[in-house]
Design a binder for this molecule. Structure first.
Ligand SMILES: [Zn+2]
Length: 773
């Protein structure tokens, strides 16, 4: 019965599919016979059940496409973290491809109206802009595969490229004529192979379709899409420096997948809040285009489409383009199990922020009744959205360019008396150097003046600088029952706080004198000795904090003179750790994941089990024999529980209505006489996210050495940036504690001192905890 129902639905679905995706599958329409189809290189058509491709095959396909088609220019622009080629394709008509430099120049001038005339009298610039808009093309970047288990998008990239290269349908011709498409088959090529290798290894076993037991980006895992303002990773740098800053696209179409049990498809507009520095024209742009796409997808027969839900527009960490004149069109399609189909029952569908997939509503329709869900459903959804998007970009070319110009005209307008003119930050210290470097990546000019570096707001990307230099005030958003609405990600991105750089607003008219600062390049000299006897626990339940910790340790190695060895469950369980290590770090992870790992039966045996009682025993012996155990954030709860430490987490288990810090910057005070706080100011910051808050239990019968090294102030608001509910509960409570055990000690961090490679301010605490004894 269910099967028949599904067949009927499938038939309706296929019948309703527009010509677009049909054409991708069959490519019958006036196709140029010499253009290779993906199947000619891969041996299968992307979207076939249980088929994934290696990165080498993807690159080979695009190389062959480039060789055969005069509409495709494919190039390697660098190497990934693990040394794979990082590539992208530029796609347009042969005539347009011959004039790419001219189109780049048009983009550059529209993006900076100061080139066209004085901002004080924009009439001249407006006139010149009209001519540029008449000649320009809509530039659309399509970014796939940043999240490597979301396999549909890199597969779709080949289908999209093939149709653009081979079809002579009038609407494809119109797209090619009016747009320049920058297609990135994967913004994380390493992950294509990590996931494909795992999938091939587990295919046909009970573990087919499971996620790999390692991060799919060597350092960041899923956080690779949280790096669009800090630019710590090479992949982010390549996309920003060599694609986005060169081309300044009006539209960035970012193709993703979400969980299997919500909507089939999410499109913008984003749910509130919008970060206040995102220009209003950007909000208008993604609202207009997102609503158009949702309407077209519904008309084409796609079901379960939602807008204005789950995903917000709060942070530059995912949306570089929102601060650089372009709209980000996030597309999230429901997943299957990698390329393995699933069967979803209607009853299994469950609510997300802003909609219930079982009920039609203003921002969700029509309902999807459940059934089989294949990788082909995913690639069909992705490619169909992409071609509607390209159609809009082509048919509204002047409109997109006009809006692009207007965003930047507003950005560079002279600031009136009393208006915010810019921000000045200090010109010395590691943080200020990093900040200047970072602004260079972001296309923001920070000029040396006598009192430091000045970032003027009347420059094209001034809003980016303002967003990362000022504190965030996240709105207290509640649902109908009064529960806090979960933000999509964290709520703060104030780099001046994270980098410990004092940034001050200055108002117009602001008089300043230019100065020349030599880039000091801060020579830290050679390490007299590298501290090597450090272990870092690595769980088979991949922890992004573990990856970031590796990144921080490696990138700071020559400055802080510390290196490390990764320790898996079996190495820790085998014991005798003290002979090889002085310090062992347990990264942030839910305590159950650290203790129990994957459950038996969910993964091949060698990846199951976690540290377990044996691992806990080995760590206890390590500490009692004089070792230092450093626990980061939630790992502190693991240690408190397993070693029965005389410390209580006072916010453990509290409902969100009582206490909630979904990723914010708080104020802490420090005991700077302790070696762990050496080099720190008396007051600093803490990155707090799902964090424990400590209280010392007094037990006169079991006197233990406990020392509080950092605490939340008793009489000041602890919140510096982001969102905090129930802040009263942490006033005066401890944030960093050292507990003696045997000859050794356990250091409990109630925050993330090396958060996403950004919290430079608290790096000294982290490194001192490893090395100072
Ligand atoms: Zn994703």
């Amino acid at each position: 019965m269910r099967k028949r129902l599904w067949l009927i639905l499938a038939a309706l679905f296929l019948a309703a599919l527009s010509v677009q995706s049909d054409a991708i599958l069959r490519s019958t329409v006036a196709q140029n016979k010499t253009i290779p189809a993906p199947a000619d290189v891969l041996g299968f058509t992307p979207g076939d059940d249980r088929k994934l491709a290696s990165w080498a095959k993807v690159v080979e396909y695009f190389q062959k496409l480039d060789a055969a088609s005069d509409r495709v220019k494919f190039e390697e622009i660098g190497k990934t973290t693990m040394g794979a080629p990082f590539v992208f394709a530029t796609i347009s008509t042969p005539e347009n491809l011959k004039k790419l430099d001219e189109y780049k120049e048009i983009q550059r001038q529209l993006a900076d109206p100061r080139i066209l005339g004085s901002p004080a009298n924009p009439a001249t610039a407006d006139r010149k802009a009209r001519d540029l808009i008449a000649r320009g093309k809509t530039v659309v970047a399509i970014t796939c595969g940043i999240h490597s288990t979301e396999v549909g998008s890199y597969l779709s990239s080949m289908l999209i490229a093939y149709r653009l290269a081979s079809s002579n349908e009038p609407e494809i011709q119109e797209i090619l004529r009016n747009t320049i498409i920058l297609l990135v088959p994967s913004t994380n090529p390493d992950g294509v192979d990590i996931v494909n290798n795992w999938y091939q290894k587990t295919l046909g076993t009970p573990y087919e379709g499971s996620d790999p037991p390692e991060l799919y980006h060597h350092y960041t895992g899923h956080d690779d899409n949280r790096d669009w303002y800090a630019f710590t990773q090479v992949e982010t740098q390549l996309v920003v420096d060599k694609i986005l800053n060169v081309w300044r696209p009006q539209i960035v179409h970012d193709i993703h997948q979400q969980g299997a049990l919500g909507s089939r498809l999410f499109l913008p507009p984003y749910m509130p809040p919008v970060e206040p520095n995102v220009p209003k024209q950007i909000v208008e742009g993604y609202t207009e285009l997102g609503n158009y796409l949702a309407k077209e997808m519904r008309a084409a027969g796609f079901k379960g489409v939602t807008t204005n839900s789950t995903y917000d527009a709060w942070s530059p960490s995912r949306a570089y383009s929102h601060y650089h004149g372009g709209v980000r069109i996030l597309q999230e399609t429901a997943s299957c199990r990698l390329a393995t189909p699933i069967n979803v029952k209607f009853d299994q569908l469950n609510s997300r922020e802003g909609y219930d997939p079982k009920k039609e509503s203003a921002n969700f329709s029509p309902t999807w009744q459940g059934g089989e869900w294949h990788i082909r459903d995913i690639t069909n959804t992705m490619t169909t959205v992409a071609f509607f998007l390209l159609k809009h970009a082509a048919q509204n070319r002047e409109h997109w360019l006009q809006r692009f110009y207007e965003i930047e005209r507003e950005a560079v307008r002279p600031r009136e008396n009393g208006e915010l003119f810019g921000l000045v930050f200090a010109a010395s210290g590691l943080g200020s150097e990093k900040l200047r470097d970072l602004f260079e990546h972001a296309g923001v000019t920070a000029s040396a003046i006598q009192s430091g570096y000045l970032v003027r707001l009347d420059q094209p990307y001034g809003s980016f600088a303002k967003a990362v230099l000022e504190a965030q005030h996240y709105p207290d958003l509640r649902d109908q029952k009064g529960n806090p609405i979960q933000p999509y990600d964290v709520t703060a991105h104030t780099l001046s706080l994270l980098f410990n750089v004092n940034a001050k607003p200055v108002f117009a008219p602001f008089k300043f004198r230019p100065a020349r600062w030599g880039t000091s390049g801060a020579d830290y000299g050679r390490c007299p000795r590298i501290s090597e006897r450090n272990g870092l626990y690595k769980s088979f339940v991949p922890s992004m904090d573990e990856g970031w910790t590796r990144w921080v340790l490696e990138s700071e190695r020559d400055r802080r003179c510390v290196s490390y060895t990764s320790l898996t469950d079996s190495v820790i369980k085998s014991g005798n750790l003290r002979t090889r290590f002085d310090t062992i770090i347990i990264p942030d992870q839910p305590r159950a994941a650290t203790l129990n790992g994957h459950r038996k039966g969910a993964m091949p045996d060698e990846y199951t089990g976690g540290l377990g009682a044996e691992g806990v025993k080995a760590l206890r012996e390590f500490v009692e024999a004089g070792g230092t155990l450093v626990c980061l954030n939630r790992a502190s709860d693991f240690a408190i529980e397993q070693f029965k430490l005389p410390v209580r987490d006072v916010v453990d288990g509290l409902p969100r209505t009582d206490f909630y810090v979904p990723g914010s910057i708080l104020r802490i005070e420090l005991d700077t006489t302790d070696p762990i706080a050496k080099g720190m100011p008396k007051e600093s910051i803490a990155w707090v996210e799902n964090s424990p808050v400590f209280e010392i239990k007094s037990d006169p019968l079991a006197p233990v050495r406990v020392k509080i090294l950092a605490w939340y102030p008793k009489d000041k608001d602890p919140l510096l940036s982001g969102w905090l509910l129930g802040g009263e509960r942490l006033k005066g409570k401890a944030a960093l504690v050292e507990v003696g055990m045997g000859k050794g000690r356990i250091v409990l961090f109630g925050f993330r001192p090396q958060y996403r490679g950004q919290s430079l301010a608290t790096y000294p605490l982290f490194f001192n905890a490893i090395t100072e004894r």
